[in-house]
Design a protein around this ligand. Sequence first.
Ligand SMILES: O=c1ccn([C@@H]2O[C@H](COP(=O)(O)OP(=O)(O)O[C@H]3O[C@H](CO)[C@@H](O)[C@H](O)[C@H]3O)[C@@H](O)[C@H]2O)c(=O)[nH]1
Ligand SMILES: [Mn+2]
Length: 740
Amino acid sequence: MEHHSRPLNLCHVNPKSIIINRAHMLVHGTALLILIRYRASFFFTEGASTPDQPTTLAWLLIFLGELTLSLTWLLHRAFRWRPVSRDAFPERLPGDGELPAIDVLVCTADPDKEPTVEVMNTVITAMSLDYPPEKLHVYLSDDGGSPLTLCGMREAYDFARTWLPFCKRYGLKTRCPKAYFMDEADVSTGEGYDYEKQEVKEKYELFEAHINGYRIRHQSESRNARLDHPSTIEVIHGSSSDEVVRADQQQMPLLVYVSREKRPSHSHNFKAGALNVLLRVSGVVSNSPYVLVLDCDMYCNDPSSARRAMCFHLDAKMSPSLSFVQFPQLFHNISENDIYDSKIRLPFGTLWFGMDGLQGPLLSGSGFYVKRESFYGKSMQEGITTNLADLKAIFGHSNEFIKHLQRGDKLNKNILSDPRAASTETELLASCHYENGTKWGQEVGFMYGSVAEDFFTSFALHCKGWRSVYCFPPRPQFLGASTTNLNDLMVQVTRWSSGLAQVGFSRFSPLIYAPWRMSILQTMCYAELAFLPLYCLPLCCFATIPQICLFNGIPIFPEVSSSLFLVYCFVFLSSLSKHLHEVVESGHSVRTFINEQRIWMIHSVTTYLYGSVNAVLTNTGVRGASFLPTNKIANDEQSERYEKGVFDFQTSVVFLAPMVGLVILSMASFVGGIARVLVSGGWDKLFAQIALSFFILVMGYPVIEGMARTDTGRIPLSAAMWSALLSSALLLVGSALLVH
Ligand SMILES: O=c1ccn([C@@H]2O[C@H](COP(=O)(O)OP(=O)(O)O[C@H]3O[C@H](CO)[C@@H](O)[C@H](O)[C@H]3O)[C@@H](O)[C@H]2O)c(=O)[nH]1
Ligand SMILES: [Mn+2]
């Protein structure tokens, strides 16, 4: 390879953020220590028990809440220790001939919820990446096993034959046809452009019409096939004659449809299972050394991401230990107000930059270029064994696959030219039982055992010594669709929390498993994320105990006149202003800051709580699977219900009870607290009561607002009332326990 005098990428450390972060850490940390000392001293001072004395239980719970919050705060500092950002210079890459090949793996699961036209748009953008077409291979995994998706693939291939040359000729950046024809932002002035554009547009409309026509014609077909079907693997050639096809293959990337075998009795491991099948099938077909993973709802918004990623993978210094380059997940369907924080700013706008300065960001489900080898080796240094029996015990009994483990990237001409032999081999690799007794999902491939397979897989990679980098160019390289209504969001975040906590509460818990395998700061990052759902503990305490105490006139915080009260105020303001600073620094508004605070509170008393409980139940074997739908086609009957996009009764009660209960509690304590002062004449305490009640109301208000503004807007009244009843009963019991 030619020698590059100029670097392919640069890493910038921002000294200003580092100074601000570390100074804040020192001051805020000191204040926290003072508060902890104040709480702890309660247990060592023996005071005469007066009626106004806080009960030990209340004090203990608040103390535990404050301690967990302080600990998570401490873990969070690791993300702020050394944030870095990176630049890539694709124009400095070697010539096309020297670029390594890439396999793009796209996953789809359910043509009803993931419209085929949109999935195909994603496939088309992957095919039109700015990369030598003979080095680009696109695979789609269809977990629904749907003939509609297969039909869509053929149509997509046909359309791509017009679309790819059109994009190239006019240097278009928006390569998602749907987005391109919708907002018309990307215009070119070349000769004949307008005419050709019209022609391409007509072809695109035809492409859509074909898919929709097929869907309507086959609407009545049963959905059961989704959970029970053999494997189907097909190299897509489109509908043109053989000669055209052969001529095409020079300029068109390879396109392969893969639907793995599914049987109701067999556990399929969701997306991780699908990706492992794709890794194997692509391993015997094109076996590219690099792999791009995409969710079907996340298209390539810019064709340059592959070359950008190569700026890191081909960097001689970085390459040997580099496993993957992660791009941020950005979304095209975010409303201006974004009350549910659908854009998920925190990880992609702050945390990943911080991890990039340590050992690298998390694998984030979609939009990452990963080195195939890092899924195969035991650890970075060890490499793969060469003993055939050992290899079979690890990778399964496909000779073809094992042969390819050691052979570099070469398009497998045999497999492509002899479809029958090819399908026997690939269908074996995609069968239900192939993984039995092998190390797939444990030591090789994407990890099983957590519904947050991306979190768990990158944890395993980092533990093995690999590193990763975060690349955030100004123009979004990938754009996806995020969940934008409360119902979907609750289900999704419960699933994520459950997946995170599943790792946190297992023998792979970052705090036990990681310290010997990665730096202490990287360990802290993983621990923070794995225990993120535990925010439910402190927040449930803070959402109830101060209110109950206020209602009953029990002092649980220092008096307003005490200097410790100032320390509390300081901690409150300091943590809020630090958060505000980070939001603004990442280019977002004050509105985003408010929304993030609100949704954090909502999640803490609902999804985080259920996720943690679910993880404990799953890990201890009390429940085989989750009690909430963990994935799109995990349970057909449930998914049918969620499809309607309304809050059904059960979900409403489950998700709303805590929120409604807390709002009622806040109001009751506000009114009750003041009434008590008025009746008993303790005027000196009036100010404190009002201040605290006001504070509680401010905390409660966002919950009401957030509930009232669900996109679906159809929370059944009966469900809300049941929620209120249920939560009030719980609170009464809690109240009795605390006061007596
Ligand atoms: O059995 C399954 C389930 C899902 N998928 C696909 O996996 C992707 C993500 O699944 P989805 O149900 O859309 O989950 P989201 O919550 O939207 O996904 C987020 O969370 C996942 C982890 O829970 C990550 O893998 C994703 O990248 C991330 O975008 C989609 O393309 C699905 O088609 C499958 O292929 N097989
Ligand atoms: Mn999704």
